[in-house]
Design a protein around this ligand. Sequence first.
Ligand code: ADP
Ligand code: MG
Length: 691
Amino acid sequence: MVLDLNTSLREFPGVGPARAEKLARLGLETAGDLLEYYPRDYEDRRRSSTIRSAPEDAPVCIRAMVAQPPRLNRVRRGLELVKARAVDATGVLEITWFNQGYLQNAIREGEEYIFFGRAEGHGGRRRMTNPVVQREGEETVTGCILPVYPLTAGISNNLMVKLCRRAAEACADKLPETLPRRVRQEHQLAAVEYACRQAHFPDSFQTLEVARRRLVFEELFYLAVGLDLLRGRRTDRPGWRMEPCEVEEYQKLLPFPLTDSQRQVMEEIAGDMTGGRPMNRLVQGDVGSGKTAVAGYAAYLCAQNGGQTALMVPTELLAEQHFRSLSALLAPAGVRLALLTGSLRPAEKEKLHRTMAAGEVDLVVGTHALLSQGVSFPRLGLVVADEQHRFGVEQRALLAGKGSLDQAGPPPHVLVMSATPIPRTLALIVYGDLDVSAIRQLPPGRRPVETYLIGEDKRARMYNFVRKLAGEGRQVYIVCPAVEEGEGEGPPLKAATEYAGELQRKVFPDLTVGCVHGKMKPRDKEAVMTAFARGELQVLVSTTVIEVGVDVPNAALMVVENAERFGLSQLHQLRGRVGRGSHQSYCVLLTQNTSPDTLARLRVLTATTDGFRIAEEDLRLRGPGDFFGARQHGLPQLKVASLAGDVRLLREAQDAAREVLAEDPGLSRPEHRPVLERVKRLFAENPDIFN
Ligand code: ADP
Ligand code: MG
């Protein structure tokens, strides 16, 4: 049978309907799918030895003859042993296999096999347990670097090796080369066929590295091209060159002295906005580092120049909070502010739309409602997106388009603010076109949040602590991972609603306990949050809906149930909800989990409050997949590249992508067609970005 890339796996020998279905669960339906299904690891099975000279501590291949018929011994139900004795010129090898009864008949006396395993004992008498066994001339699983594939129930690694080997032999040479020749030459990348063969069945770890380099580069290259297209970057477009406005002048409006870090970031922003190119800047800063004041400065500078600012935040509550604090700062200086949220009545909304369109508003704070039809800014000079990770790249672009759609003027300046410090590598991908500033300093007088990791045995003490703080007038957050009992697997999770009821009845009858979770209607949710913000609730039980920048300075304790369920960055975010006032604040992480890895991971939080360090650690431990909801960003899943490890290659790939796009922005040249196809496939979940 002639195989090609589209041949269904059902046509492969050894693949019946049941197996085909299991393979499909791994996303494998055709020979081509197999070729792109890369091993997750490799096992070096190349080393071979005689029985006598085999090392005791590392597995090796030993060629030996079976000297007696193998014996099967049923020790008890569920435990079968097959024992065999093999010999070579140097010694004897006693072999035991557990629960592989079929080997009794598969292994024949007087024949030679290769056994791969660790030879215990020493000298000429050795033992091996559960070695891999292979007859001469059979499908090779010894004497090579064996690929180890990600598997699923019913699909063994041996089967995968067999299928991939067959696919590679039959059609690796039919893989289309999609990387432009120039890019391959310039960056010294292996050809696709070679890379594919070596990635599955490497001749050596050197050739594997060559293959991996090509595949990682390729993946990052298409990602970079896609993101560049997505952003519709036009670096050569002129921006609105604004007149400078001294930070000192803005300082006069503030009730506190700016930190050096805030000042420095403001200078960077001023440089952008007065520089003649559109600003595209990300400001990262831990919770409480004072990003709002920084955004206020940018809006102030913009207003001084007669421009309008749109500040977009993810929730109504945040919008109100920002509106209040920015009004206090800027209204006295003559800046006209407005609040635009989805809950405005239609008449109010229409009126606001009209005043905005008439240019009678300088700064609009709002939610997604800012993106809706009918909202227009005739003199949009600045777009600020706060807590950016809740917005996709497209939304940012959409908002920025609000100005330039309505007028022929320059595109607005864009400022993105994030309280999730993002490791450098990830920022390069997600915000590849942004300049990055960091506020690494907190305003003076803040005491770091004291953080404890405790087990179930200290729950009673934790409750006492809650009561003590409440007695001192403080408020407490208790965060649970799930809403309904029995949701998910693993240990019983504290379900917010039931848990809140129980706490109120049995543990804190004397305190007021509220509850908020993601499945509530936005209006109800906001009502509870507002009550908490006003101090009407002492304990707020919640799911992670409070993660995003709510400011309740009186909250001094954050308790996280089932802490092992959360990523480090997420826990750090949660912890940032407390310690915003002048009171010493605390964070208590509860877990029933006792795995050393989990505990070590959670201990990172007790050891540092530096969000950047925590983010790096999080990325290292968990990868970028669910770092902050990659899906929300429209970021495709990467197959081979690791954003934690492949920084240099990432830069190279981004440069290459930029070069190609600079020459051929629409990728319309024949040699770039395949690039466009690949990018479209990569971003298949996001098809509208290419219109
Ligand atoms: P972020 O958005 O970065 O989490 P905010 O902008 O909400 O932080 O600021 C947190 C609190 O710190 C606010 O109450 C704000 O008024 C205050 N603040 C900001 N900058 C300073 C400063 N330089 N000195 C003292 N307090 C500050
Ligand atoms: Mg904020």
